[in-house]
Design a protein around this ligand. Structure first.
Ligand code: NI
Length: 179
């Protein structure tokens, strides 16, 4: 398996760059980047990763919702590689929920995101994909696409009061029962 990369941390300029579109999705360079992203994500408890987080300013993300200690209610899905992803908002409904980021350890925050979106991307074989996402998976997608535009979830936080230490976050979710 391809070795995992270090994860770029907040303050690294690559996290503030606008990522380039991928032209040849089947180029060996792109395959290598995807393999490194897969290994890097698998080495963490994260539910998504964007290429800038391994230091590559290209428009590639992986979303991989799964229940974790951070997101105990997350749905389980196969890790999905999305190249040149984009989305349309289906309704104006936004909801706030907790997010964290491999590039910003130790912190969690409540972030408003669109609940229902229609996403478009190219898969690693070059096929155009189009699907509707909602809730937590739509949230991960929007978080990762932000990374491709030089944004982090902290840029979306409405009020600094919504930012908490991870240790306090775990206390909060421990007292919040699943519906
Ligand atoms: Ni992130």
């Amino acid at each position: 398996m391809t070795a995992a990369s270090e994860i770029a941390q907040l303050g690294n300029p690559v996290l503030r760059q606008y990522a380039e579109a991928v032209v040849d999705v089947q180029a060996s360079e792109i395959r290598d980047i995807i393999a490194t992203m897969q290994s890097s994500l698998a080495a963490t408890s994260g539910v998504g990763i964007a290429a800038p987080q391994i230091g590559i300013a290209k428009q590639i993300i992986i979303i991989a919702s799964r229940p974790t200690p951070r997101y105990p209610l997350a749905p389980l899905m196969e890790p999905t590689v999305m190249i040149n992803p984009d989305f349309d908002v289906l309704t104006d409904n936004q909801e706030k929920d907790w997010e964290g980021c491999l590039s910003i350890p130790g912190i969690r925050a409540l972030v408003p995101r669109y609940r229902d979106i229609r996403v478009h991307y190219t898969d690693p074989c070059g096929a155009l994909e189009d699907m509707q996402l909602s809730g937590f998976v739509a949230r991960i997608f929007q978080h990762e696409v932000d990374h491709l535009e030089g944004k982090t979830y902290l840029d979306r936080v409405e009020n600094n009061v919504d930012i908490v230490a991870e240790s306090e976050f775990f206390k909060l979710i421990a007292t919040t029962k699943a519906p």
